[in-house]
Design a binder for this molecule. Structure first.
Ligand code: WT7
Length: 566
C-alpha cells in the first residue's frame, strides 16, 4: 500500500492541515525548514540514522547521520553569524554536489537568512547577473569556483564575504575571502532564528522570456507542500534509500533533494559525479536505492545506452521511479517498465510552484505520455489564451492554470513585483505552459507558451544568450532559438550577423560557442551558430524568433503580416 492510498479518497478529504499536524506546526508559530531537516529528526529519536550517503567521481565516500547534519549546520550557522550575517541577508551557495552544499542550506535557513543556490557550472556573467540582482552578502564556494567570483567581485559592492570550504591553508586568500571548514567543530547548541510561515527562505533564479533571470522567492511555509508531496507522490517511507539526481542549483535539488527528504527523516544518497549509465546503475546497486527521482534527458540517455548494460547490475532494490523537468515521452515510460519492471511516474511543476503540481500518483493507472492529475488541494485546469476562461471540452489545448494559494507557491519575483503580477490572469496563476485534459482528467503536456528553451530539463532564456552574444567582438546582431535534439529534447541555436571586417569561419563559430560557455554555462552554449545576412524583424524592429524557431522545427510559419524584411 502506498502512502497516498486512494487518490479519490484523498481528494475528498483534503486539507493542508494534514501536513501541519504531522509536522506539529500551529498557525502563527515558528516554522524553520533548517530545524525541521535536522533538529526535529534528532528530537524524534533518529539522531543516529543516516541522513546522507555521499560519493564523488574519485570514489571518495562520506556518511552523515541526522545528528551530524544538526551539528554541522549549526557550525555553518554560527560561522555566518560571526561574520555579521543575519535574517533575510542573501547567502549564495555556489558549489558542486559536496556535503557542504546540502548542510550549508540547512545552516543558512537556521539563522533566517535567504539561501540562494546557484548551479556551480555557471560562468562569471551568469553568476554576476544573479548576485547583483539579489544584493547577495556572502557566497559559500569551493576554491575552483572562487576564481569566477574573483573576476566579478569589483562589480558587486554588496558582496562582503567569499567563504571557501576547501581551502588548503597554504594558498593566499584574496580580497574578502575567508576559509571555513564545516567539520572543524561540532556545534551542539544554536539559537534558532524564529522564522514564521511567511519568512523568506530561498531565492531560486529562473529564466525569463524578455528580461533577465528572475529571483523566485519562497517562504518557510513551503515545507508543508514539499513534505506532503514527497510523502504522497515520491512515496517516501521510513526505510527507503532515496536518490534525487537533480543538482541543488535548481529547485528540484532543493525542494526534493534537501528539504523534503530530510524533513521526512529518510536516508538519501548523493552522487557528485558526471553521468554515464554504468556509473548510475552501479550507484543504485551499491546503495540499494529504492526511490529514484530523475529526469527525462537522463532516462533517454540510459535508453540509448541499451538494455544489455541494465542486466549487468542488480537493480532489484528499486521500488518507485519518478521523473520531472521536461516532457517524459511515452517510449521512456514503456522502456523503464520493460527493463526495471517499473514505470517512471511523470511529475510536473516549476521553480515558481515550489512543489509538485500534476503527477502520476503511485498506484494510479499510467497513460504513458501523460503527466497525470493534479495533487489534492491543487485546483487546476486549462484556460483559453485570449479570455483566460476555463476550457470545459476535453482534448482542447489551452494554457495550464492553477488557483493560487498552495503553501509552496512563490511569494514574489525578487524586486520584480510587476512581472510577478503579470503571471496571474482572471484569478489563475499561469505557469506559461500549454496542455490538454482528456476525458479521464489526465493532463497532456503540449509545450511552452513562450520562447524559453528547455534543454535537458534546464530552462535557458534566449534573451540572456542574445545579450551575451552581443558582447562578442564579431557579433552585430543575434537571435536565439531552440532546435530539436534526440537526447536533450531541445538545444540552443544562435543566428548571428557579423560586424564588418569579420568573416564566416568554423573557428569563429567555435570561438562564439566557447565564449558563451565560459560566460554563461555549457547549457546555454549554442550547439550551432548559423551566420545570416539579416535577421527577420517586425516593423517595430523586434526580432521574430518565432520564424526561426518554426524553420528549425519544420513547422508552419503562421502569420507574418508584421514582418519587415520578407
Ligand atoms: C518548466 C519549469 C520543477 C521541475 C524542474 C524544472 C517544464 C517541468 C515537466 C513535465 C513537461 C515539464 C515546464 C515548466 N516542465 N516538468 N513533467 N513535463 N514539461 O523547473 O526550471 O522552473 O522549469 O519545465 O515547461 O514550466 P523549472
Amino acid at each position: 500500500m502506498s502512502n497516498i492510498g486512494s487518490y479519490e479518497e484523498r481528494l475528498k478529504n483534503f486539507d493542508w492541515s494534514i501536513a501541519e499536524k504531522e509536522l506539529g506546526y500551529k498557525e502563527g508559530g515558528v516554522i524553520n525548514i533548517g530545524w525541521y531537516c535536522s533538529d526535529r529528526i534528532c528530537k524524534m529519536g533518529n539522531g543516529d540514522k543516516t541522513a546522507l550517503l555521499w560519493e564523488n567521481a574519485a570514489g571518495e565516500e562520506k556518511r552523515y547521520t541526522y545528528n551530524d547534519i544538526r551539528v554541522f549546520s549549526n557550525s555553518i550557522a554560527t560561522f555566518l553569524r560571526r561574520l555579521g550575517l543575519k535574517n533575510e541577508d542573501r547567502v549564495c551557495l555556489f558549489m558542486d554536489r559536496i556535503p557542504e552544499l546540502y548542510i550549508g542550506l540547512v545552516g543558512i535557513l537556521k539563522i533566517g537568512a535567504i539561501a540562494q543556490p546557484l548551479f556551480s557550472a555557471f560562468g562569471d556573467e551568469s553568476l554576476f547577473i544573479r548576485l547583483e540582482n539579489a544584493g547577495t552578502s556572502a557566497i559559500i564556494t569551493q576554491r575552483k569556483h572562487a576564481l569566477k567570483v574573483r573576476k566579478i567581485i569589483n562589480r558587486l559592492p554588496d558582496l562582503k564575504h567569499i567563504i571557501i570550504v576547501d581551502h588548503d591553508g597554504i594558498k593566499e586568500l584574496k580580497e574578502k575571502e575567508i576559509a571555513f571548514s564545516m567539520e572543524a567543530e561540532r556545534v551542539e547548541e544554536l539559537e534558532l532564528f524564529p522564522t514564521k510561515a511567511e519568512s523568506p527562505s530561498l531565492l531560486h533564479y529562473t529564466s525569463g522570456t524578455t528580461g533577465m533571470p528572475k529571483g523566485v522567492q519562497h517562504v518557510h511555509y513551503s515545507l508543508i507542500s514539499q513534505y506532503l508531496t514527497a510523502k504522497w507522490v515520491l512515496d517516501i517511507t521510513e526505510n527507503d534509500i532515496y536518490w534525487c539526481t537533480a543538482d541543488p542549483g535548481w529547485v528540484t535539488g532543493t525542494s526534493y533533494g534537501i528539504i523534503a527528504p530530510w524533513a521526512l527523516g529518510v536516508t538519501q544518497c548523493v552522487l557528485d559525479s558526471g553521468f554515464s549509465a554504468e556509473i548510475w546503475y552501479r550507484f543504485i546497486q551499491k546503495y540499494k536505492v529504492t526511490v529514484w527521482y530523475s529526469a527525462p534527458t537522463a532516462i533517454r540517455s540510459l535508453m540509448k545506452a541499451g538494455d544489455q548494460i541494465v542486466r549487468q547490475f542488480d537493480l532489484s532494490c528499486l521500488r518507485h521511479l519518478i521523473s520531472v523537468g521536461e516532457p517524459l515521452n511515452a517510449e521512456a515510460v514503456v522502456w523503464s517498465e520493460k527493463v526495471f519492471g517499473l514505470p517512471f511516474h511523470d511529475s510536473y511543476w516549476q521553480t515558481e510552484t515550489g512543489s509538485i503540481m500534476i503527477t502520476n500518483f503511485p498506484g494510479m493507472k499510467i497513460k504513458p505520455g501523460s503527466m497525470g492529475k493534479p495533487f489534492p488541494g491543487i485546483t487546476s485546469t486549462v484556460v483559453k489564451p485570449e479570455t483566460f476562461e476555463p476550457i470545459h471540452e476535453p482534448g482542447v489545448i489551452g494554457l495550464i492554470a492553477f488557483r493560487p494559494g498552495w503553501p509552496a507557491m512563490m511569494r514574489t519575483y525578487w524586486k520584480n513585483e510587476e512581472t510577478y503580477n503579470g503571471k496571474f490572469k482572471n484569478g489563475w496563476y499561469l505557469p506559461g505552459d500549454r496542455a490538454r485534459i482528456d476525458t479521464d482528467g489526465y493532463f497532456w503536456f503540449i509545450g511552452r507558451d513562450d520562447d524559453i528553451i528547455n534543454t535537458a530539463g534546464h530552462l535557458v532564456s534566449p534573451f540572456e544568450v542574445e545579450s551575451a552574444l552581443l558582447e562578442h567582438p564579431a557579433v552585430a546582431e543575434s537571435a536565439v532559438v531552440s532546435k530539436p535534439d534526440e537526447i536533450n529534447m531541445e538545444v540552443v541555436k544562435a543566428f548571428v550577423t557579423l560586424k564588418p571586417g569579420f568573416t564566416v569561419s568554423e573557428e569563429l563559430e567555435l570561438d562564439i560557442m566557447n565564449f558563451i560557455r565560459r560566460k554563461l554555462s555549457s547549457l546555454a552554449m549554442p550547439q550551432e551558430v548559423e551566420y545570416v545576412d539579416s535577421l527577420p524583424k517586425t516593423r517595430s524592429g523586434k526580432i521574430m524568433r518565432r520564424l526561426l524557431h518554426a524553420k528549425e522545427w519544420g513547422e508552419e510559419i503562421g502569420d507574418v503580416s508584421t514582418l519587415e524584411n520578407d
